[in-house]
Design a protein around this ligand. Structure first.
Ligand code: 5RP
Length: 222
C-alpha cells in the first residue's frame, strides 16, 4: 500500500471507531494535515449522524465547510467527545510531535477539550524516540531570537521556518538535533521560555488511541 492509501485507511478507521458513539448533537474536534484530510473526507459521508465540528486550523475549517459540515467556534462548545488528528511522530506511549503543518497551538487547544484524542498515522510515524522530526515551536515574532538562544541552551538547534506565519500571526522555530528522552519535561521547559506560545510536543496530553496504518491493516495502540 502507498502512504496515501495508509492515510485513507486510518482516516476511515477513525470514522468507523467513533460512528457508533455519535449522536445528532455531537461535535467532533478535527485536526490538520493530509491524514486529517482523509478523516474529514470519510466523515463527510456520514453528515446526518452528528451536528458539526471544531477545526484546529483555517485550512481544516475550509475543508469541513466545503463538505457542508457546520464549523463551530470552540468557545461555543461545552464538550467534545473526540479529537481526531495526525502526527509527525508518535512513540509507544502515544506521546507525539505535531506542528509540521504549523497548526500546533490550535491542535493542542482542541485536544485539551476532547475526552478522547484519536491519533491517526501511517506506520512511518511510529518511532522509538521522538526527535528525528524537527520539533516545531510557535513563537511571538518579536521574541524569535530570544527564544532561539534559550533553545540552544537546552541543546537544540532552532531553525526559523522561512515564510511561515501561523493562523495566530506567529512564527515557527523548528528544533533540530534533539533526541527527546523525556518529552513531558522538555514540553514544560519549552513552555517556560518567555515568548513561546506553544510547542509541538503532545506529552502532558498524549493521544488516547493511535490508529496506525500498516501493510497488515490498521492497528490500534492504547
Ligand atoms: C499539523 C500537524 C499534522 O498533524 C502533522 O504535521 C501530520 O501531517 P500529515 O498528516 O500531513 O503527515 O501537526 O500541524
Amino acid at each position: 500500500m502507498t502512504q496515501d492509501e495508509l492515510k485513507q485507511a486510518v482516516g476511515q478507521a477513525a470514522v468507523d471507531l467513533i460512528l457508533p458513539s455519535l449522536q445528532d448533537s455531537s461535535i467532533i474536534g478535527v485536526g490538520t494535515g493530509s491524514t486529517a484530510n482523509c478523516f474529514i473526507d470519510a466523515l463527510a459521508r456520514h453528515k446526518g449522524f452528528f451536528d458539526g465540528a471544531v477545526a484546529s486550523s483555517e485550512a481544516t475549517a475550509q475543508r469541513l465547510k466545503q463538505h457542508g459540515i457546520p464549523v463551530y467556534d470552540l468557545n461555543s462548545v461545552a464538550e467534545l467527545d473526540f479529537y481526531v488528528d495526525g502526527a509527525d511522530e508518535a512513540n509507544a506511549h502515544l506521546e507525539l510531535i505535531k506542528g509540521g503543518g504549523a497548526a500546533l497551538t490550535r491542535e493542542k487547544i482542541v485536544a485539551a477539550v476532547a475526552r478522547t484524542f484519536i491519533c491517526i498515522a501511517d506506520q512511518s510515524k511510529l518511532v522509538d524516540t521522538l526527535g528525528a522530526f524537527p520539533l516545531p515551536v510557535e513563537v511571538i515574532p518579536m521574541a524569535r531570537s530570544h527564544v532561539a538562544r534559550q533553545i540552544v541552551k537546552l541543546g537544540g538547534d532552532p531553525v526559523y521556518r522561512d515564510g511561515c506565519i501561523t493562523d495566530n500571526g506567529n512564527v515557527i522555530l523548528d528544533v533540530h538535533n534533539m533526541l527527546i528522552h523525556d518529552p513531558r519535561r522538555l514540553e514544560e521547559q519549552l513552555n517556560a521560555i518567555v515568548g513561546v506560545v506553544c510547542n509541538g510536543l503532545f506529552a502532558a496530553r498524549p493521544a488516547d488511541i493511535l490508529l496506525l496504518g500498516t501493510a497488515d491493516g490498521v492497528k490500534q495502540l492504547k
